[in-house]
Design a protein around this ligand. Structure first.
Ligand code: FSX
Ligand code: SF4
Ligand code: F3S
Length: 372
């Protein structure tokens, strides 16, 4: 039996490794008991060869992964994979680095994981981004040929990101617009949650296949729900209490940020549940509206202050389901009370359907927004 304090890898005790496997298993939506299978798979199938290419981006994706406040994530990722080529982490440079890339692609043809960070410019044959004399377009096409699968880390590699913002002078696109014959997993976010990358790699090592993806190529286990559904400010949204301005008492009191432009109602991600940096923080918790950084139709397409349309109002998810009666279960008076609350919330939210709330108005006619 291994000691809890025994090191799994440099900087990570076995106890921390198992804890991370438990967290990743929960994130993947698997039963608790599966964490042992995940841990075994990581130990047994670990060290797949990984080639990591950088194109048009800010390197925030690598930074957020590797400079996390808690060492477990970065240590685990670096221990779980054999990182054969990564331009910002390699000690080697020039011909030496190019040789490492070439050797790894040959030795692991058909088996390596290709991780792409950054968008790919396509205008003027892609001359806007060149490494080692080759355009990003050429490097991607070449590296993709021998890859078993491609993971796009960040919104830039997934959909073009900030480079693709109008007028998109370089014709920047995401990997999926160029590579059509390989499994591609998008992990958007600017930067994305390191946990989503870690869990995706763990899933791949455990099940030897890509996880179920949504129509934007994102793992459903991480991007299957809107952040609005689990936001701690959601009761304020349901009650029609909105922060009016940054620094205003309604902002300080933790009211909903919808009227400041929060894109939570239209953004699919797990930030409100998984959070960041092991301190329980995420943009909305520290007072900044979500800017929809996982959504190609929102990030850098809509202004931060612009309000999103609310299409599918859902009641706060701790309310009882409203269809109990339809199923013939005959709710008791207590449940009926909850159902009434849920219906009220749904009605209140429904009142906002098909219209964007104007600034300075309370959606439900209450005085809360004015009350300080
Ligand atoms: Fe893009 Fe990643 Fe945003 Fe930056 O490299 S997703 S600009 S955080 O860093 O690609
Ligand atoms: Fe939270 Fe934003 Fe939704 Fe308000 S609009 S409840 S701040 S996610
Ligand atoms: Fe991005 Fe919104 Fe999460 S801005 S980090 S999707 S809260």
């Amino acid at each position: 039996m291994k000691d809890d304090n025994e090191m799994f890898c440099p900087g990570v005790t076995r106890r921390n490794f198992i804890k991370t496997c438990v967290a990743a298993t929960a994130m993947m939506g698997l039963p608790f008991s599966m964490h042992t299978k995940v841990a075994e798979a990581v130990e047994k199938n670990g060290n797949p060869s990984v080639i990591w290419l950088h194109f048009q981006e800010c390197t925030g994706c690598s930074e957020s992964l590797l400079r996390s406040t808690h060492p477990t994530i970065s240590s685990l990722i670096l221990d779980m994979i054999s990182l054969d080529y990564h331009e910002t982490l390699m000690a080697g440079a020039g011909a030496q680095a190019e040789k490492a890339l070439h050797d790894s692609m040959q030795a692991n043809a058909g088996k390596y994981l290709l991780v792409v960070e950054g968008a790919i410019p396509t205008k003027q044959s892609g001359i806007f981004c060149k490494v080692s004399g080759k355009t990003a377009l050429e490097s991607l096409q070449h590296a993709a040929e021998g890859a078993a699968a491609i993971i796009c880390i960040g919104t830039c590699a997934s959909y073009g990101g900030i480079q693709a913002a109008a007028p998109n002078p370089t014709g920047a696109v995401g990997v999926r617009d160029i590579v059509k014959d390989k499994p591609i997993i998008n992990i958007p976010g600017c930067p994305p949650s390191p946990y989503n990358f870690l869990s995706t790699v763990m899933y791949y090592l455990t099940f030897k296949k890509v996880p179920e993806l949504d129509d934007l190529g994102r793992p459903k286990f991480a991007y299957g729900r809107k952040i609005h559904e689990h936001c701690e400010r959601r009761p304020h949204f349901d009650a029609g209490r909105f922060a009016q301005a940054y620094g205003h008492p309604t902002h300080a009191q933790g009211y909903c940020l919808y009227k400041l432009g929060c894109k939570g109602p239209a953004t699919y991600a797990n930030c409100s549940v998984q959070r960041f940096n092991d301190v329980g923080a995420w943009p909305v918790s520290i007072g900044h509206p979500c800017i929809g950084c996982t959504q190609p139709d929102i990030l850098f397409q809509k202004a931060i202050a612009e309000k999103v349309q609310i299409h599918e109002p859902t009641p706060f998810d701790s309310y009882a389901p409203v269809d109990l009666k339809e199923k013939g279960k005959g709710p008791d008076p207590l449940t009926t009370g909850f159902v009434g609350l849920a219906a009220g919330a749904a009605l209140g939210a429904g009142a906002m359907l098909a219209k964007k709330l104007p600034n300075g108005e309370n959606s439900q006619g209450g005085d809360d927004e004015k009350a300080e």
